[in-house]
Design a protein around this ligand. Structure first.
Ligand SMILES: *Cc1c(COP(=O)(O)O)cnc(C)c1O
Length: 523
């Protein structure tokens, strides 16, 4: 690091910005590993310069007291703008993404996200507002948040919402804390939450974090909850049930009304995991099925790119009797104005609020994208999203039912679960090998080995944004992979796949067991 004063000197900085990098000698799109920014680092290089301003300079001691100043510069990589852009562009060329092609990763809803949503989220009037700005300076943002809360309540059939939770799992925890607060307010604290055996892994994790015990209930041969098994575990110790409908097999719980009645009968609440709402948007509402609490993954259903670790948003909507427990502060319209003109908003905290679940008002720009997506589509458009998501999944289910096993041969919702059990028995080629072969064919792999209730599971979620031609190309790729597995050489090759990607088969267990999330600068 150099003296900050020197950094503001335009000519000097420019020379640094142009300095060519070491990367030029490395192969540009080769399959070798990309050096880290620390390996590209050269002392004194930088990719930024401070703007020179007319603000009079104060001595450093006045700007920042000694106790707050570093003794030594931080160990940061020093690279030029050219090297920095080159590094990330090379990495992006080694990636698969939703903008590149079909990404049928079941339960993750990796659909194409319309760019208009990003355009709105980057408007300076939205992007440059500080979350601590007083209500009088952020009326536009508050109007947006209230409108989104109302839209999500209309979509889920609920009465109140919080936009604070930062992801699906954060929404689940919020929902369980609401469940706990409600039972405590009834003077009847409870201990257990029921979850079906096909549930997403975050559900039991959230139950534990929420201070409850998980009771697992079995699915029946049709892939749905076994109503008798459910009745046998229901009693007054049960705080509620966490369900997703369609469930993680992509199947609609046909007994949902009877399930809701049985849970409510023992005083329990129904929690709806609405991570993948593109299955039912505008067609059916969780509130009408009898649910009390819903979370939605805006980053799955409402067009925020995801998969790289965030940011996302997992708002929670609740029925009327739970609204007073919602996290606060919430934006509230105190004066509707005339046709929206002169409307006034303020922050309020619900009477029996469980408190904050986010340091601010949620991941605001994800919320702005979601409202854009909802408004651009309108009611009919949202319904069409669900109809196409379901049509695409059923088309693939039928088209591939001769290629793979179809353990649940009945209409599915937004995703279908097939199985490679027969293929494995015939050829030794497993669901994992099929997934890796698909990478060579130019498609992202589907989810494999989930849900846990299906052996050699291939969970395919084509999403509503893929065309008939893309679905056919995907199905043809699956046919080719299965046909090649018919010979011993072909089967052996499948277990070696992928051979054409920048990174070949990785040891996934090792990555999870000996995770190294930092770069040792002393190396
Ligand atoms: C993705 C998903 C979640 C978790 O959402 P995150 O935003 O990753 O925390 C929960 N339930 C289901 C069914 C999901 O598909």
């Amino acid at each position: 690091m150099t003296d900050p004063e020197e950094m503001t000197h335009p000519e000097k900085s420019e020379a640094h910005l142009c300095a060519g990098g070491r990367a030029a000698s490395a192969p540009l799109l080769g399959h070798d590993s990309e050096p880290t920014l620390f390996e590209l680092s050269e002392p004194g290089r930088r990719a930024w310069q401070l703007r020179t301003t007319k603000v009079p300079e104060a001595p450093l001691e006045q700007l920042l007291p000694e106790v707050h100043r570093r003794g030594a510069p931080p160990a940061l990589a020093e690279v030029s703008e050219r090297d920095l852009v080159g590094h990330f562009t090379r990495l992006s060329h080694r990636q698969f993404s939703v903008d590149l092609g079909a990404y049928p990763l079941g339960s993750c809803t990796m659909k194409y996200n319309p760019k208009v949503c990003d355009e709105v989220a980057s408007l300076p009037g939205l992007a440059d507002v500080h979350p601590a700005a007083p209500a009088s300076c952020s009326q536009g943002w508050m109007a947006l948040l209230v409108e989104l809360e109302e839209a999500l309540c209309a979509i889920t059939g609920m009465a109140g919402a919080t936009l604070q939770p930062a992801a699906g799992a954060a929404g689940e925890l919020t929902g369980l804390l609401l469940m706990r607060a409600w039972h405590e307010a009834q003077g009847q604290p409870r201990r257990k939450v029921v979850i079906p055996d096909s549930a997403h892994g975050t559900n039991p994790a959230s139950v534990t974090l929420g201070g409850y015990e998980t009771v697992t209930v079995k699915s029946n041969a049709r892939g749905c909850i076994d109503l008798e098994a459910l009745r046998s575990v229901l009693n007054t110790e049960v705080a509620g049930i966490m369900l997703t409908n369609p469930n993680t097999l992509g199947l609609f719980e046909e007994d949902i009304v009877a399930i809701a009645e049985a849970v409510h009968e023992v005083g329990g609440l129904l929690y709806y995991d609405g991570a993948n709402l593109n299955a039912i948007l505008g067609v059916v509402r969780p509130g009408d099925m009898g649910f009390d609490i819903v979370h939605l993954n805006l980053h799955k259903t409402f067009a925020t790119p995801h998969g790289g670790g965030g940011p996302g948003a997992g708002p929670v909507t609740v029925s009327r009797h739970l609204a007073s427990f919602l996290p606060g502060p919430r934006p509230r319209r105190v004066d509707p104005g005339v046709d929206g003109v002169g409307a006034r908003y303020e922050w309020t905290t619900p009477q029996r609020s469980i408190g904050r679940v986010h340091s601010w008002h949620g991941n605001a720009l994800v919320l702005a994208r979601a409202l854009t997506y909802i408004l651009v589509h309108g009611d009919d458009g949202l319904r069409e999203v669900a109809e196409r998501a379901v049509l695409n999944a059923n088309w693939l289910r039928k088209r591939l039912s001769g290629t793979f096993d179809a353990p649940y041969d009945r209409p599915c919702m937004h995703e279908c679960v097939l199985s490679a059990v027969s293929l494995k028995r015939r050829s030794g080629v497993r669901a994992l090998d099929v997934a890796k072969c698909l990478l060579e064919e130019g498609f992202h792999a589907p989810t494999v080995y989930f849900p846990l209730t299906v052996e050699e599971a291939l969970m395919i979620e084509p999403t509503e944004t893929e065309s008939l031609q893309t679905l056919e190309a995907f199905a043809s790729a699956c046919d080719r992979i299965v046909a090649r597995a018919g010979t011993p050489e072909g089967a052996a090759e499948a277990t070696e796949a992928p051979r054409t990607t920048p990174v070949r088969r990785v040891d996934e267990a090792r990555a999870a067991r000996s995770l190294v999330p930092t770069y040792d600068t002393r190396r």
